[in-house]
Structure formats: C-alpha cells, structure tokens
Design a protein around this ligand. Structure first.
Ligand SMILES: Nc1nc2c(ncn2[C@@H]2O[C@H](COP(=O)(O)OP(=O)(O)OP(=O)(O)O)[C@@H](O)[C@H]2O)c(=O)[nH]1
Length: 436
C-alpha cells in the first residue's frame, strides 16, 4: 500500500507544521489588518494636510509670486513638500511661471492630491495654482516602510516562538505519552498473561491522561480476550495432540498385530501346522534352489523320503490323536538329526517326510539315515497292529545328485527317491533303499 509523504510524517512533525502554518496565517491576518488600518489613518492624515495646505501656504506663495520672488516661492514649495511628506508640488503662474518640487509626476489613482489657487488677500485675481501630490497610499508602500517591516518581523518572531512553544507543549503533554504507549504496544507479547503485562513502562497507568487510560483499558481488554483465545486454542491443541497420540498408539498396535498375523500367515504358508516342520511347498522351493546350486557348483545333494509304516493301522488301533503324536515325535527326531543351516526337513503330506541334505553324497547320507532309522526303532513306540514289528518303524528312499548320478531335474531326483521308498516298502518296510 502506498503512503503519501504527509502520512509518513510523525505526529510531532505534523503538530509542528500545523502550528507554524497557523502562526504564519496569524501573521498574515494581523499584518493585513494593521496595514489596512495604517492606510486608513494615512488617508485621513493626507486629507487633513491637503485641507491645511491652502491655509498655510496660499498667502506666502501668492506674495512671493506677486513680488516676482521666484527663489522664495521655490523655497516655500520645497518646505511644503518636505515638511508635509508630499511626493511633489507644482506651481503654475498666470504668466507661464512653473515651479516644481519633487518629481514631475501626474498623481496616480492611489495618490491623494489637491489644488489650491494663489491670490492676494482682498484681490479677486488669481495669480496661479498649486497642485500638491501626496505619496501613493497602497499596501506595497506600507510594506516598504521600515517601521512596518520592523513591526511585521516582531509579529513573525512572536508567532514562531508561540508556535514552537505550543508544539513543545503538545509534544510533552500528548505525544510523549502516545509514544510511550506505542513502544508498550511494540513490547506486547500475547503469550504473556495479562496479569504480568503493563501497558505503561513506569507501571503507573493512573498517572496517564484519561484518554490514554481509556486506550490502556481497551488494550488490556483486547489482551485479555486474546489470552483467553490463546488458552482455548492451546487446550484444543493439547486435546488434539492427545487424540493424535492415542490414534498413533492404536495404529501402532494394529500395525504390530497385522505384522504378527502376517508372520503367522507366512509361517502357515510355508510350514506344517501339526509338526512345525517346513511344508511341501517350502520343500519343493528348496529342492529347486539346491538342485540348481549343486548343478552350478558341481556339488552333491542327497534327498530322502521317509514314510512311517502302517500308520493307518496305528490310527485305527490307538486313535487319530495318538497318530498325530507319533507324527510329531518323528518330526522332532528329524529336526534333532539334521541341524545344519543348509539341511531342510519337511512334512511332505500325511505320514510322509522329506530330508534335503546339500553336500551329502549317497554313502554319508545313507549312514546318517540308517542311524536315524535305528534311533527311531530304539524309541520303541509300541505299534500293536503292524505286521512288521512291535514298534513303529519307518521306511526310507534315498537318492543323491552327484558326478556319478547327474539327475536332469529336481523332479527326476524326487522321483528317484520316491521309487527307492516304494522299493523299501515292498521289500518289507523298516529299511532304507537306494535309488537305482
Ligand atoms: N493321525 C494322523 N494320521 C494321518 C495323518 N495324515 C495321514 N494320516 C494317516 O496315515 C495313513 C496312511 O495310510 P496309508 O497310505 O495306507 O499308509 P500306511 O497305513 O502308513 O501304510 P504304509 O505307508 O504302506 O506302510 C492314513 O490312514 C491317514 O489317515 C495325520 O495328520 N494324522
């Protein structure tokens, strides 16, 4: 927004300017009135003088002209002009005589002038005429007078002094408290409570003029309501923050529950619920991965399929829950035996398990698995319905990828292990068969 220069002036400058303008106006009005009065007085005086002149000078001048005393007449004219402060006087005699005192000018419109006749007392004959011209009576004539100039200068000095004095007084009585209030307003801090804030830095608002006290009360009122609004907003902010924090906590808890569910789902997706071992999908993925690695690195990979013997009959005799417990027990044994990070044991489905053993050739895998089969037997879980043995036994089919058995695919390796298991089953169970 553009501000005109007048608006940018301080109140002090404006007061000073206003008072000086007022003083000058006063000087003009009073000066004009004084000049007018002087002009009036001078006009009256000039008229009186013009009336007196014939009485004072007509006779001596008539005698001088009648006696042809030209020099005396001239002197009289000079005296007349100088004594009565005239501009000029012209004497015109009957016989062409012309005497002049002062400049030979015609009277102007503002110059009082008159004429009187020269004649001897008791003689009716006119000897000549005298025309007197007074100085012009106008404003500039008055102003050019030193006395008038002196008076005007005094008046101007008085007006200036009074104007400055009034400006100082206004500054002290009005503007200074206003400035103090303005600086108080600059210090205004709405975050401080109204009780701790004074609008007057000397802390004595009672000493301020009534109008400023009124402004003070108004500002205090504004401060009070700003403070109340601030308090309300702060309360709302706190409530909002608490709500946000609560929402954030709830969100965090929901996120944690979701993560847990996702982990559980992932676990369920890749693990068998009954035994906790990896499931078929996990086993197949691992088989594909390890098979590729073995191919790439020309290393060995053993794969065993383990199947509990006659679980159907066991279930029928002992119940499904007991069958579950057998499955869990066998899974535990598998987990205990194959603990390397690279080993993977899984439940492939039903009573069938798989063991994937990277790095094992067929002989060392066979050794490990025979030992496992023996240990399973030694657990001596009574079967009661198996034609094979009195305890629960396991049959194992084993195949291994290696330089001497370069199977073409993971599926081929798996099929070889399955076929070995089939052979083990048909050979009487409770044994390990090697893939051909
Ligand atoms: N308790 C229990 N039994 C299961 C589970 N999964 C499969 N079975 C049982 O395992 C049995 C498998 O039967 P079969 O395929 O005939 O095999 P088997 O009776 O073990 O006989 P062979 O494998 O030939 O020695 C079925 O009776 C299934 O009900 C399970 O999770 N829990």
């Amino acid at each position: 927004m553009n501000a005109t220069p007048a608006l940018l002036m301080s109140l002090k400058s404006r007061a000073l300017l206003g008072l000086l303008t007022l003083g000058l106006a006063l000087v003009l009005v009073m000066g004009g009135w004084h000049v007018r009065r002087e002009l009036h007085l001078e006009a009256e005086q000039a008229e009186t003088t013009q009336q007196l002149l014939p009485l004072l000078y007509a006779e001596p001048l008539s005698r001088a002209v009648a006696g042809n005393q030209i020099a005396a007449a001239q002197r009289l004219l000079e005296t007349l002009v100088s004594r009565h402060e005239l501009q000029s006087a012209v004497l015109k005699g009957r016989d062409g005589l012309r005497l002049l005192s002062g400049p030979d000018v015609l009277p102007g419109p503002d110059s009082p002038h008159s004429e009187f006749a020269l004649r001897l007392p008791g003689d009716g004959e006119e000897l000549g005429r005298v025309r007197v011209v007074a100085p012009e009576l106008n404003v500039w004539g008055q102003l050019s007078k030193p006395a008038m100039q002196h008076w005007l200068l005094q008046l101007l000095a008085l007006a200036l002094t009074l104007g400055l004095g009034a400006a100082l007084l206004i500054d002290r009585l009005l503007l200074r408290p206003l400035r103090r209030m303005a600086s108080d307003m600059e210090r205004f801090d709405p975050s401080r409570p109204p009780s701790e804030f004074s609008w007057f830095d000397d802390g004595q608002p009672a000493r301020a003029p009534a109008e400023l006290q009124q402004i003070n009360r108004a500002m205090a009122h504004v401060h009070q309501s700003v403070d109340q609004q601030l308090q309300r907003k702060q309360r709302e902010m706190r409530e909002l923050s608490a709500q946000v924090a609560q929402q954030a906590r709830a969100l965090h808890e929901a996120q944690a529950a979701l993560d847990l569910k996702q982990r559980e789902l992932a676990q369920l997706a890749r693990h068998d619920a009954l035994t906790g071992l990896a499931n078929r999908r996990e086993f197949d993925d691992a088989l594909r991965r390890e098979f590729k690695r073995a191919q790439r690195q020309q290393s060995r990979l053993a794969l065993a399929v383990l199947d509990l013997d006659h679980l159907k009959a066991y279930n029928e005799l002992h119940g499904h829950a007991a069958g579950d417990e057998v499955l869990r027990r066998f899974a535990r044994l598998l987990g205990e035996r194959f603990k390397r990070d690279t080993d993977l044991v899984a439940r492939l489905g039903g009573e069938e398990f798989g063991a994937l053993l990277p790095g094992f050739d067929i002989a060392s895998a066979q050794h490990m698995l025979e030992s496992l089969r023996e240990d399973w037997r030694r657990l001596s879980l009574p079967h009661g319905a198996s034609p094979v043995d009195e305890v629960v036994t396991v049959s194992i089919g084993l195949a291994a990828y290696g330089p001497s058995h370069p199977y073409l695919s993971p599926l081929a390796l798996m099929q070889a292990a399955d076929e070995a298991l089939y052979i083990a089953k048909h050979a009487g169970r409770d044994r390990l068969s090697l893939a051909a």
